[in-house]
Design a protein around this ligand. Structure first.
Ligand SMILES: [Zn+2]
Length: 290
């Protein structure tokens, strides 16, 4: 079966989960080649299987090179392994022994590696992943590499997902739209948001901008806003350092938008080291939609 047909079959099983991004009408899969709404808006499955359900054309600074570097850091260096384990544990606990269909949507998924790793870590059949990002580059890369989840080019402000259709919303180091997250979350569904803490990638920032550079993350505000929409059931601080080799340091610099504004000599200096430590310092906010 081609990617396109396989993807159409997966979406067909979940038809009620989706809605038309243009007019909000219900959609159905037609002839295994497109998604069509009751007012005849039509969206073709691409040859790699993803759907473009964005209501507006997007221009993104995020290039293929950035996503390739990001994928390598996430899947090969294991830098985020503890985060993946923590999130998968929360999902498994929430799902319990239920055999009902269960949907995990990563909103702002980039090239899809976090979602892929988290689903792998969950290890239980019957969980359907949906990865959505406004960047077509990211979604193409995700669809080419990871077959199982449903990949969608879409807009956070106008999600092509039905009301209360998703069991878990993931939002990892990426902007939020809480109103939409709340709308699509099932009753008692989970919303898991990962935000950076002050130490996050501090060695990279110091190398690029010097020690004076102080990037303050206001997580108190983020957490307060999160609490206005969801009942906080857990908040996990993850803080650790990991040693990266030269190839990994190069990928780290390439995947970080911060580095684009940095001084070239400083970047070269950073990526030409044999080894360097990097700090991961994150808050994982786990909320319930009541
Ligand atoms: Zn429509």
């Amino acid at each position: 079966m081609t990617r396109k047909l396989a993807s159409a079959a997966r979406v067909k099983e979940l038809e009620p989960t989706f809605k038309c991004p243009l007019c909000d009408s219900p959609v159905r899969v037609a002839d295994n080649i497109s998604l069509i709404c009751s007012r005849n808006h039509n969206f073709d499955f691409s040859k790699h299987g993803y759907l473009n359900l964005s209501a507006r054309p997007a221009s993104s600074k995020y290039t293929k090179e950035l996503f390739e570097a990001r994928r390598k850091i996430i899947t090969e260096s294991g830098l985020y392994a503890k985060m993946h384990e923590t999130i998968a544990r929360a999902i498994k606990q929430h799902r319990g022994g239920s055999a009902d269909s269960y949907t995990v949507a990563d909103l702002g998924c980039g090239e899809g590696s976090h979602l892929h790793r988290i689903l792998e870590e969950c290890g239980s059949p019957g969980i359907t992943g949906i990865g959505l990002d406004l960047s077509k580059e990211g979604i193409i890369m995700a669809a080419k590499r990871y077959e199982d989840p449903i990949w969608i080019v879409g807009d956070l402000a106008k999600l092509p997902l039905s009301d209360q259709s998703v069991n878990v919303v993931l939002n990892i180091l990426s902007p939020s739209n809480y109103k939409e997250f709340k709308r699509i979350s099932a009753q008692d569904g989970l919303v898991i948001k990962v935000v950076p803490r002050p130490g996050y990638l501090k060695e990279l920032r110091e190398a690029l901008f010097g020690r004076e550079e102080n990037m303050s993350y206001r997580n108190d505000k983020t957490a307060a806003l999160f609490r206005q929409h969801f009942v906080l059931s857990d908040e996990v601080h993850l803080s650790y350092t990991k040693e990266l080799n030269q190839a990994e340091l190069g990928n780290m610099a390439r995947m970080t938008p911060l580095a684009w504004s940095g001084n070239k000599a400083r970047i070269d200096d950073y990526i030409n080291r044999d080894y360097a430590e990097i700090t991961v310092d994150l808050d994982i906010l786990i909320g319930v939609n009541k």
